[in-house]
Ligand binder design. Structure first.
Ligand SMILES: Cc1cc2nc3c(=O)[nH]c(=O)nc-3n(C[C@H](O)[C@H](O)[C@H](O)COP(=O)(O)OP(=O)(O)OC[C@H]3O[C@@H](n4cnc5c(N)ncnc54)[C@H](O)[C@@H]3O)c2cc1C
Length: 292
Protein backbone atom coordinates (compact mmCIF):
# COMPACT_ATOMS: atom_id res chain seq x y z
CA UNK A 1 0.00 0.00 0.00
CA UNK A 2 1.37 3.42 -0.98
CA UNK A 3 -1.00 5.67 0.99
CA UNK A 4 -0.63 7.13 4.45
CA UNK A 5 -2.16 5.56 7.58
CA UNK A 6 -2.70 7.76 10.63
CA UNK A 7 -3.74 6.39 14.01
CA UNK A 8 -5.84 8.09 16.69
CA UNK A 9 -6.27 11.06 14.42
CA UNK A 10 -8.42 13.96 15.61
CA UNK A 11 -11.26 14.41 13.13
CA UNK A 12 -11.42 18.09 14.08
CA UNK A 13 -8.53 18.44 11.60
CA UNK A 14 -10.67 16.99 8.82
CA UNK A 15 -14.09 18.59 9.28
CA UNK A 16 -15.00 22.22 8.65
CA UNK A 17 -16.57 22.63 12.12
CA UNK A 18 -13.04 22.10 13.51
CA UNK A 19 -14.48 20.03 16.35
CA UNK A 20 -15.04 16.40 17.22
CA UNK A 21 -13.48 13.13 18.30
CA UNK A 22 -10.68 10.86 17.20
CA UNK A 23 -10.77 8.22 14.46
CA UNK A 24 -8.97 4.98 15.29
CA UNK A 25 -7.47 4.91 11.81
CA UNK A 26 -7.41 7.36 8.92
CA UNK A 27 -6.18 6.14 5.53
CA UNK A 28 -5.31 8.57 2.76
CA UNK A 29 -4.79 6.49 -0.37
CA UNK A 30 -2.11 7.43 -2.89
CA UNK A 31 -4.54 7.07 -5.81
CA UNK A 32 -7.51 5.07 -7.04
CA UNK A 33 -5.57 1.82 -7.55
CA UNK A 34 -4.16 2.11 -4.03
CA UNK A 35 -7.63 2.65 -2.55
CA UNK A 36 -8.88 -0.37 -4.46
CA UNK A 37 -6.07 -2.50 -3.04
CA UNK A 38 -6.71 -1.17 0.45
CA UNK A 39 -10.39 -2.12 0.26
CA UNK A 40 -9.56 -5.57 -1.10
CA UNK A 41 -7.40 -6.19 1.97
CA UNK A 42 -9.72 -4.65 4.58
CA UNK A 43 -11.78 -7.11 6.66
CA UNK A 44 -15.48 -7.04 5.72
CA UNK A 45 -16.49 -6.11 9.27
CA UNK A 46 -14.23 -3.05 9.59
CA UNK A 47 -16.42 0.10 9.87
CA UNK A 48 -15.46 2.52 7.08
CA UNK A 49 -16.32 6.20 6.66
CA UNK A 50 -15.64 8.19 3.49
CA UNK A 51 -14.63 11.79 4.16
CA UNK A 52 -14.12 14.52 1.59
CA UNK A 53 -13.62 18.01 2.95
CA UNK A 54 -15.76 17.28 6.01
CA UNK A 55 -17.98 20.25 5.20
CA UNK A 56 -21.14 18.38 6.10
CA UNK A 57 -19.89 16.10 8.82
CA UNK A 58 -19.44 15.88 12.58
CA UNK A 59 -17.71 13.02 14.41
CA UNK A 60 -18.91 12.80 18.01
CA UNK A 61 -16.44 13.38 20.85
CA UNK A 62 -16.24 9.62 21.62
CA UNK A 63 -14.66 9.20 18.18
CA UNK A 64 -15.07 6.84 15.23
CA UNK A 65 -14.25 3.18 15.84
CA UNK A 66 -13.03 2.11 12.46
CA UNK A 67 -11.19 3.53 9.46
CA UNK A 68 -11.81 6.88 7.84
CA UNK A 69 -10.98 6.99 4.12
CA UNK A 70 -9.74 10.46 3.21
CA UNK A 71 -10.53 11.31 -0.40
CA UNK A 72 -9.33 14.88 -0.56
CA UNK A 73 -5.80 15.24 -1.90
CA UNK A 74 -5.91 11.61 -3.02
CA UNK A 75 -8.40 11.15 -5.82
CA UNK A 76 -7.63 14.37 -7.67
CA UNK A 77 -7.70 13.59 -11.41
CA UNK A 78 -9.63 16.12 -13.48
CA UNK A 79 -9.72 16.11 -17.29
CA UNK A 80 -11.87 16.44 -20.40
CA UNK A 81 -12.91 13.13 -21.97
CA UNK A 82 -14.54 14.09 -25.26
CA UNK A 83 -17.29 16.55 -24.35
CA UNK A 84 -17.57 15.26 -20.76
CA UNK A 85 -15.58 16.23 -17.68
CA UNK A 86 -14.11 13.28 -15.81
CA UNK A 87 -13.40 14.20 -12.18
CA UNK A 88 -12.29 11.98 -9.34
CA UNK A 89 -14.10 12.10 -6.02
CA UNK A 90 -11.46 14.15 -4.19
CA UNK A 91 -11.76 17.15 -6.56
CA UNK A 92 -13.16 20.23 -4.78
CA UNK A 93 -16.26 22.04 -6.04
CA UNK A 94 -14.45 25.32 -6.68
CA UNK A 95 -11.81 23.57 -8.79
CA UNK A 96 -14.49 21.82 -10.82
CA UNK A 97 -16.36 25.09 -11.45
CA UNK A 98 -13.19 26.84 -12.62
CA UNK A 99 -12.09 23.91 -14.78
CA UNK A 100 -15.48 23.88 -16.54
CA UNK A 101 -15.31 27.64 -17.13
CA UNK A 102 -11.78 27.35 -18.53
CA UNK A 103 -13.11 24.74 -20.97
CA UNK A 104 -15.95 27.02 -22.16
CA UNK A 105 -18.62 25.01 -20.37
CA UNK A 106 -21.45 26.60 -18.41
CA UNK A 107 -23.77 25.28 -15.71
CA UNK A 108 -21.00 24.29 -13.29
CA UNK A 109 -20.74 27.73 -11.66
CA UNK A 110 -22.84 26.76 -8.62
CA UNK A 111 -20.19 24.24 -7.52
CA UNK A 112 -17.91 27.14 -6.60
CA UNK A 113 -19.85 27.92 -3.44
CA UNK A 114 -19.97 24.37 -2.13
CA UNK A 115 -16.82 23.76 -0.09
CA UNK A 116 -16.91 19.98 -0.54
CA UNK A 117 -15.44 17.33 -2.81
CA UNK A 118 -17.21 15.74 -5.76
CA UNK A 119 -17.60 12.51 -3.71
CA UNK A 120 -19.35 14.38 -0.90
CA UNK A 121 -21.46 16.32 -3.41
CA UNK A 122 -22.60 13.09 -5.08
CA UNK A 123 -23.40 11.51 -1.70
CA UNK A 124 -25.42 14.58 -0.65
CA UNK A 125 -26.74 15.64 -4.07
CA UNK A 126 -25.37 19.02 -3.08
CA UNK A 127 -26.71 22.07 -4.81
CA UNK A 128 -27.55 25.74 -4.66
CA UNK A 129 -29.01 28.59 -6.72
CA UNK A 130 -31.06 26.14 -8.80
CA UNK A 131 -28.26 23.68 -9.63
CA UNK A 132 -27.89 20.16 -8.21
CA UNK A 133 -24.97 17.76 -8.57
CA UNK A 134 -26.88 14.83 -10.06
CA UNK A 135 -28.44 17.00 -12.80
CA UNK A 136 -24.94 17.06 -14.29
CA UNK A 137 -24.02 13.39 -13.91
CA UNK A 138 -23.68 11.24 -17.02
CA UNK A 139 -22.38 8.28 -15.02
CA UNK A 140 -20.45 7.62 -11.81
CA UNK A 141 -17.56 5.39 -10.92
CA UNK A 142 -17.76 3.55 -7.59
CA UNK A 143 -15.66 1.16 -5.56
CA UNK A 144 -17.51 -1.49 -3.60
CA UNK A 145 -16.45 -2.30 -0.04
CA UNK A 146 -14.59 -5.31 -1.34
CA UNK A 147 -12.68 -3.18 -3.85
CA UNK A 148 -14.58 -3.87 -7.08
CA UNK A 149 -14.58 -0.93 -9.54
CA UNK A 150 -17.98 -0.33 -11.18
CA UNK A 151 -19.74 2.30 -13.28
CA UNK A 152 -23.33 3.24 -12.55
CA UNK A 153 -25.94 5.53 -14.08
CA UNK A 154 -28.23 7.99 -12.30
CA UNK A 155 -31.18 5.61 -12.88
CA UNK A 156 -29.67 3.20 -10.35
CA UNK A 157 -29.99 5.80 -7.57
CA UNK A 158 -32.88 7.15 -5.61
CA UNK A 159 -32.09 10.86 -5.97
CA UNK A 160 -33.80 13.69 -4.12
CA UNK A 161 -33.23 16.90 -2.25
CA UNK A 162 -29.79 16.59 -0.54
CA UNK A 163 -30.04 12.84 -0.91
CA UNK A 164 -28.73 10.11 -3.22
CA UNK A 165 -28.77 6.41 -2.42
CA UNK A 166 -28.57 3.22 -4.40
CA UNK A 167 -31.98 1.74 -5.06
CA UNK A 168 -30.59 -1.60 -3.89
CA UNK A 169 -28.98 -1.52 -0.43
CA UNK A 170 -25.21 -1.46 -0.85
CA UNK A 171 -21.94 -0.32 0.63
CA UNK A 172 -20.07 1.66 -2.00
CA UNK A 173 -17.91 4.75 -2.33
CA UNK A 174 -17.98 7.28 -5.14
CA UNK A 175 -14.54 7.51 -6.71
CA UNK A 176 -15.29 9.57 -9.82
CA UNK A 177 -17.91 10.83 -12.24
CA UNK A 178 -18.40 11.90 -15.84
CA UNK A 179 -20.26 15.20 -15.90
CA UNK A 180 -22.03 16.91 -18.78
CA UNK A 181 -22.33 20.69 -19.17
CA UNK A 182 -23.51 23.01 -21.94
CA UNK A 183 -21.08 24.78 -24.24
CA UNK A 184 -20.86 28.45 -23.29
CA UNK A 185 -18.67 31.45 -22.77
CA UNK A 186 -15.69 31.16 -20.43
CA UNK A 187 -15.96 34.85 -19.57
CA UNK A 188 -19.67 34.62 -18.72
CA UNK A 189 -18.99 31.59 -16.49
CA UNK A 190 -16.19 33.47 -14.69
CA UNK A 191 -18.46 36.47 -14.11
CA UNK A 192 -21.17 34.16 -12.69
CA UNK A 193 -18.61 32.45 -10.41
CA UNK A 194 -17.48 35.81 -9.03
CA UNK A 195 -21.09 36.94 -8.44
CA UNK A 196 -21.92 33.69 -6.61
CA UNK A 197 -18.87 34.05 -4.35
CA UNK A 198 -19.86 37.61 -3.46
CA UNK A 199 -23.45 36.57 -2.74
CA UNK A 200 -22.19 33.84 -0.40
CA UNK A 201 -19.84 35.98 1.60
CA UNK A 202 -22.61 38.58 2.05
CA UNK A 203 -25.08 36.04 3.46
CA UNK A 204 -22.98 33.37 5.22
CA UNK A 205 -20.77 33.52 8.34
CA UNK A 206 -17.67 32.30 6.52
CA UNK A 207 -15.20 33.75 9.06
CA UNK A 208 -16.08 31.13 11.71
CA UNK A 209 -15.88 27.32 11.35
CA UNK A 210 -19.26 25.96 10.25
CA UNK A 211 -20.85 23.18 8.26
CA UNK A 212 -23.15 25.15 5.99
CA UNK A 213 -26.88 24.64 6.43
CA UNK A 214 -27.51 22.38 9.39
CA UNK A 215 -31.13 21.52 8.56
CA UNK A 216 -32.84 20.70 5.28
CA UNK A 217 -35.50 23.16 4.21
CA UNK A 218 -38.94 21.71 4.96
CA UNK A 219 -41.33 21.57 1.97
CA UNK A 220 -42.48 25.08 1.05
CA UNK A 221 -40.47 26.85 3.73
CA UNK A 222 -36.94 27.69 4.86
CA UNK A 223 -35.27 26.26 7.95
CA UNK A 224 -33.48 29.58 8.51
CA UNK A 225 -36.78 31.50 8.53
CA UNK A 226 -38.31 29.10 11.07
CA UNK A 227 -35.25 29.18 13.33
CA UNK A 228 -35.10 32.97 13.25
CA UNK A 229 -38.84 33.25 13.94
CA UNK A 230 -38.27 31.27 17.16
CA UNK A 231 -35.76 33.87 18.36
CA UNK A 232 -32.87 31.42 18.18
CA UNK A 233 -30.30 33.59 16.35
CA UNK A 234 -27.30 33.94 18.66
CA UNK A 235 -28.40 31.04 20.92
CA UNK A 236 -25.30 29.44 22.41
CA UNK A 237 -24.34 26.14 24.05
CA UNK A 238 -20.69 26.00 25.11
CA UNK A 239 -18.66 27.09 22.09
CA UNK A 240 -21.45 26.42 19.58
CA UNK A 241 -23.69 29.27 18.46
CA UNK A 242 -26.58 29.77 16.06
CA UNK A 243 -25.13 32.31 13.62
CA UNK A 244 -26.36 35.89 13.86
CA UNK A 245 -25.82 36.19 10.10
CA UNK A 246 -27.65 33.06 8.88
CA UNK A 247 -29.95 31.23 11.29
CA UNK A 248 -29.50 27.81 9.62
CA UNK A 249 -25.76 27.92 10.31
CA UNK A 250 -24.24 26.84 13.61
CA UNK A 251 -20.76 28.26 14.07
CA UNK A 252 -17.89 27.14 16.23
CA UNK A 253 -17.46 30.41 18.09
CA UNK A 254 -14.40 29.06 19.93
CA UNK A 255 -13.43 25.69 21.38
CA UNK A 256 -16.81 24.07 20.66
CA UNK A 257 -16.98 20.34 21.27
CA UNK A 258 -19.01 18.02 19.06
CA UNK A 259 -21.33 17.61 22.06
CA UNK A 260 -21.91 21.39 22.23
CA UNK A 261 -22.79 21.39 18.53
CA UNK A 262 -25.07 18.34 18.67
CA UNK A 263 -26.79 19.65 21.82
CA UNK A 264 -27.47 22.94 20.04
CA UNK A 265 -28.77 21.10 16.96
CA UNK A 266 -31.17 19.17 19.21
CA UNK A 267 -32.20 22.31 21.11
CA UNK A 268 -32.97 24.18 17.86
CA UNK A 269 -34.95 21.23 16.50
CA UNK A 270 -36.99 20.90 19.74
CA UNK A 271 -37.70 24.65 19.98
CA UNK A 272 -38.82 24.91 16.35
CA UNK A 273 -41.09 21.87 16.78
CA UNK A 274 -42.58 23.27 19.99
CA UNK A 275 -43.16 26.76 18.63
CA UNK A 276 -44.11 26.10 15.01
CA UNK A 277 -45.14 22.43 14.82
CA UNK A 278 -42.56 21.84 12.04
CA UNK A 279 -40.06 19.01 12.51
CA UNK A 280 -36.67 19.91 11.05
CA UNK A 281 -34.36 17.19 9.73
CA UNK A 282 -30.61 17.57 9.69
CA UNK A 283 -28.70 17.89 6.44
CA UNK A 284 -25.35 17.46 8.24
CA UNK A 285 -24.24 13.93 9.02
CA UNK A 286 -23.42 13.20 12.66
CA UNK A 287 -21.52 9.95 13.25
CA UNK A 288 -19.41 8.17 15.85
CA UNK A 289 -19.65 7.43 19.55
CA UNK A 290 -20.90 9.60 22.39
CA UNK A 291 -18.21 10.45 24.93
CA UNK A 292 -18.78 8.44 28.08
C1 LIG B 1 -19.83 27.42 4.16
C2 LIG B 1 -20.58 26.23 3.64
C3 LIG B 1 -21.51 26.38 2.61
C4 LIG B 1 -22.20 25.27 2.11
N1 LIG B 1 -23.09 25.46 1.11
C5 LIG B 1 -23.75 24.40 0.58
C6 LIG B 1 -24.68 24.57 -0.49
O1 LIG B 1 -24.91 25.66 -0.97
N2 LIG B 1 -25.31 23.47 -0.96
C7 LIG B 1 -25.09 22.24 -0.46
O2 LIG B 1 -25.68 21.27 -0.94
N3 LIG B 1 -24.21 22.05 0.55
C8 LIG B 1 -23.54 23.09 1.08
N4 LIG B 1 -22.65 22.89 2.11
C9 LIG B 1 -22.48 21.55 2.69
C10 LIG B 1 -21.36 20.70 2.07
O3 LIG B 1 -20.36 21.51 1.49
C11 LIG B 1 -21.90 19.72 1.03
O4 LIG B 1 -22.84 18.82 1.61
C12 LIG B 1 -20.80 18.90 0.36
O5 LIG B 1 -21.38 18.11 -0.64
C13 LIG B 1 -20.04 18.01 1.33
O6 LIG B 1 -18.90 17.52 0.66
P1 LIG B 1 -17.64 16.95 1.48
O7 LIG B 1 -16.67 16.44 0.51
O8 LIG B 1 -17.15 17.99 2.42
O9 LIG B 1 -18.34 15.76 2.24
P2 LIG B 1 -18.10 15.30 3.75
O10 LIG B 1 -18.62 16.35 4.67
O11 LIG B 1 -16.71 14.87 3.92
O12 LIG B 1 -19.09 14.06 3.81
C14 LIG B 1 -20.49 14.26 3.75
C15 LIG B 1 -21.19 12.90 3.59
O13 LIG B 1 -20.82 12.36 2.32
C16 LIG B 1 -20.20 11.09 2.49
N5 LIG B 1 -19.11 11.00 1.48
C17 LIG B 1 -18.07 11.85 1.33
N6 LIG B 1 -17.29 11.44 0.30
C18 LIG B 1 -17.86 10.31 -0.18
C19 LIG B 1 -17.51 9.40 -1.24
N7 LIG B 1 -16.44 9.60 -2.01
N8 LIG B 1 -18.32 8.33 -1.45
C20 LIG B 1 -19.42 8.13 -0.69
N9 LIG B 1 -19.79 8.94 0.34
C21 LIG B 1 -19.03 10.02 0.57
C22 LIG B 1 -19.64 11.10 3.90
O14 LIG B 1 -19.45 9.78 4.41
C23 LIG B 1 -20.73 11.87 4.62
O15 LIG B 1 -21.83 11.03 4.91
C24 LIG B 1 -21.95 23.99 2.64
C25 LIG B 1 -20.98 23.83 3.65
C26 LIG B 1 -20.30 24.93 4.15
C27 LIG B 1 -19.26 24.72 5.21
Amino acid sequence: MRGEMLRDESMSRHVSWRAGGVAQRVYQPADLADLQMFLQQTPADEPLLAVGLGSNLLVRDGGFRGTVLLFVGALAELRMEGDLIYAQAGVAGAKLARFAAANHLCGAEFFVGIPGTLGGMLAMNAGCYGGETWQKVQRVQVLTRSGKLLERTAQEYDIGYRHAALRKESDEFFVGAWLRFEQGSADAARVAIKALMEKRSASQPLQLPNCGSVFRNPPGDYAARLIESCGLKGKRIGGAQVSEKHANFIVNAGEATATDIEDLVNEVRATVLRQTGVELHTEVKIVGEYKS
